[in-house]
Ligand binder design. Structure first.
Ligand code: R1P
Ligand code: URA
Length: 293
């Protein structure tokens, strides 16, 4: 694919040489990228940087790039949902692997480490609020990765088939897909972290079994997800971005990991007493692990 010219309608570069949505140039992006959903969380991460060398904001995409000890890190807010992940992952990959001047793909590809520090709901009574959950696999109930050519290995295929059969989505026009986090990154986040499957949902209410005024088409989703088990794997949590980060990251050759603080426990019907403190705890511990590895 190298040598192909990518037209201005497909890859939008501003007059300042920045890529359209996230509004940063290649020199503003570090090889380690932390993604957070909330724009307010960017400063909660970068306040622990020893030095901040670049700040940018366009729409919900805020970027701070700096250093923790010798490690150069960018923290970027994605906003909510897989649609925004499609934008952020494509744009940070383009900054690294496409020559914006010639609009051609670089011969040599650079792999990023991309770590999501998010929040989630947990589905298991024994995973209390404020837990930090590392996503082994993501089961996507959204449909983003169905728009990309993706291959799954035999072990992933087996786990996906067992999951799809268990939650019985056939005939409901829900087509789950599976993606996996980078085992190498995962192995650094052990002490104090719970590991499990994360289900990525295309919404916060109906798709996560919350009933306000609208009746759900899938009323037993919480029980179905919580009771799934296959060869030692179970669903720990759900949220709204991980499937897309894992799916796109793997296709583009980046190493990705999703870490979430559980703010709600849907089994015990409890909510964190202090979400800011719990999220800050995840940020501090995870930055330490990132800096040490
Ligand atoms: C919903 O409240 C949002 O919170 C979770 C979900 O994935 C969704 O984006 O993550 P963040 O706190 O990182 O945004
Ligand atoms: N984010 C989600 O997507 N769901 C929750 O329950 C909490 C945070």
């Amino acid at each position: 694919m190298s040598g192909r010219h990518i037209e201005p309608s497909e890859l939008i570069i501003t007059e300042r040489g920045t890529i359209y949505h996230i509004d940063i140039a290649p020199e503003h992006l570090a090889p380690t990228v932390i993604t957070v959903g909330s724009p307010d969380r960017v400063k909660e991460v970068s306040k622990y940087f020893d030095k901040i060398e670049h700040r940018a904001q366009h729409r919900e995409f805020i970027t701070h790039t700096g250093y923790v000890a010798n490690r150069r890190i960018s923290v970027i807010s994605t906003g909510i949902g897989v649609g925004n992940i499609d934008i952020v992952l494509n744009e940070i990959d383009a900054l690294m692997n496409i020559d914006l001047a010639t609009r051609t793909i670089n011969e040599h590809k650079t792999s990023l480490s991309i770590i999501r520090l998010g929040t989630c709901g947990t589905l298991q009574a024994d995973v209390p609020v404020d837990s930090m959950i590392v996503s082994t696999y993501a089961m996507g109930l959204d449909n983003l990765m169905l728009f990309y050519d993706m291959e799954v290995n035999a072990a992933q295929q087996e786990l996906l088939a067992a999951f799809a059969q268990h939650i019985a989505t056939t005939g409901k026009n829900i087509h789950p897909y599976i993606c996996e986090g980078a085992a190498e990154l995962r192995s650094h986040f052990t002490d104090g972290y719970v590991h499990g499957i994360t289900v990525t949902c295309p919404g916060f209410y109906g798709p996560q079994g919350r009933t306000l005024r609208l009746q759900p088409a899938f009323p037993h989703i919480l029980d179905a997800l919580a009771s799934f088990g296959h060869k030692g794997h179970r669903v720990a949590n759900f949220e709204m971005e991980t499937s897309a980060i894992y799916g796109m990251g793997a296709l583009l050759g980046h190493k990705c990991l999703s870490i979430s603080t559980a703010v709600a426990n849907r089994a015990t019907k409890t909510f964190s007493a202090d979400t800011d403190r719990a999220v800050d705890n995840m940020i501090r511990q995870s930055l330490q692990v990132i800096a040490d590895n």
